[in-house]
Write a protein that binds this ligand. Structure first.
Ligand code: ARG
Length: 412
């Protein structure tokens, strides 16, 4: 008895994979696994209904808590990829692990996904799955399927597909972001209609302020109310989304090198990332902040690749954890014109002294204004000497010189 566990959403791609795994790959049994990383309820209904109509043995795994925690780790790393807060990317390893677990429990000898050979998700899933002994299949890629072929095949076989819940767009939703791609959006010069957005309203003239509290770089409360990660993210998606916060319309460079046009909504992510960075601005030293941008970039790159379990990431996490010891405090965010703008920050670990930085106080503690005189004399000294040398060269056009004196160096 051969058995394969399929990452199943109930959409066209994964639905056609069910009979194909039997017909083309010769599997006796296919089981479908849907992993909950915060998709809307309707998607589970669709998956359930499709599974039932197919007679597919179907499992739903709740991985929201684990996923929410990973999203908050990404906040500590200020993680975005080309401006996108990595919702899809962060979810994939979590989903892949959950499917692998079910596959093992259910005595499967293989796992399969319905990703195409063009995107990132095939790489993210398989990086996890190929750590195991199970066989890995990607029918859509391996059989070179197109959406058109899949639709015809589904009609022919009378498979339960209704052209997908998102109409013409290909949509991927989880707690951290909602991504919309495909169809007309593939033309980078096409201006998307307002109805591609579901989480965010059009930015209005209205503004609002909320206070976010952090402990060791993790957001823990909104307006003083402590919230678990899932509830905190859900609440901020709701609140910030109402002010049109967190829309990204971008050209994204995929791992395979293809450029694609992507649209994302991520109100909570945008709000938390802005607040976290504002708090780091208060408590971290200049050199920590500067160095951390490199750490953060590497972290985001590995997250984009779906490789958050790489040893590099653990090493980066070590640096991040050390810096986050002081990232405790509150930030006030104003929602305004579609932005989440930090307007106040407070921490008992501030690397800031109002008394020292103020224009109003003369001498406090160990430093006073006149001490800066010596520094001001030295500042820019090398460049002064270098610029004098450049001026001494006379600013003559060397190529003309070379031509007129036969290549001899200018002796002036
Ligand atoms: N390009 C994005 C990423 O690789 C997300 C794509 C989501 N898929 C979708 N069908 N909208 O992270």
């Amino acid at each position: 008895m051969t058995r394969v566990a399929l990452a199943f959403s109930g959409g066209l791609d994964t639905t056609v994979c069910v009979p194909l795994l039997e017909e083309e790959y010769g599997y006796d049994d296919v089981i479908g696994v849907t992993v909950d990383v915060g998709q809307p309820a309707a998607e589970f209904d669709e998956a359930e209904a499709t599974a039932e109509a197919l007679g597919l043995e179907h499992y739903v795994v709740d991985a929201r808590a684990e996923f929410a925690q990973l999203c908050l780790e990404s906040v500590r790393a200020n993680a975005t990829y080309q401006g996108y807060p990595l919702g899809t990317a962060l979810a994939r390893p979590v989903i892949a692990e959950a499917i692998l677990e079910v596959a093992k429990e259910q005595d499967c000898d293989a796992v399969a996904h319905g990703c195409t050979g063009k995107g990132n998700d095939q790489l993210r899933f398989e990086a996890i799955w190929r750590d195991s002994d199970l066989d890995v299949y990607a029918p859509v890629r391996e059989l070179g399927l197109t959406r058109e072929w899949e639709q015809e095949y589904a009609d022919e076989k009378d498979l339960p597909v209704e052209g997908g819940s998102g109409g013409d767009w290909s949509i991927d939703t989880n707690l951290w972001s909602r991504s919309v791609e495909g169809d007309d959006l593939e033309d980078p010069s096409y201006v998307p209609p307002g109805d591609i957005y579901d989480w965010t309203d059009d930015p209005s003239g209205e503004t609002d302020e909320i206070e976010i509290s952090f402990e060791n770089g993790y957001p823990v409360a909104v307006d003083g109310e402590e919230l678990e990660p899932i509830a905190l993210i859900e609440q901020l998606n709701e609140v910030a989304g109402a002010y049109g916060v967190g829309r990204t319309d971008m050209m994204e460079d995929r791992m395979l090198g293809l450029k694609v046009r992507e649209n994302y909504e991520h109100p909570a992510a945008t709000t938390l990332l802005a607040a976290h960075e504002a708090l780091e601005g208060l408590v971290l030293t200049q050199e920590e902040r500067q160095f951390k941008t490199q750490i953060d970039n590497q972290w985001a790159q590995k997250a984009y690749e779906g490789l958050v379990d790489a040893p590099l990431v653990s090493a980066l996490d070590g640096f991040i954890a050390e810096t986050q010891k002081r990232v405790t405090g509150t930030v006030t965010i104003r929602f305004e014109g579609g932005r989440a703008r930090p307007v106040a920050r407070d921490s008992e670990y501030a690397a800031y002294s109002a008394a020292h930085a103020s224009f109003d106080t003369e001498t406090v503690g160990k430093i006073e204004q006149e001490d800066a005189t010596g520094v001001a004399k030295y500042h820019g000294f090398q460049r002064r000497l270098a610029n004098e040398s450049i001026a001494a060269l006379g600013g003559e056009d060397e190529t003309t010189d070379v031509a007129t004196d036969g290549g001899d160096a200018d002796e002036d």
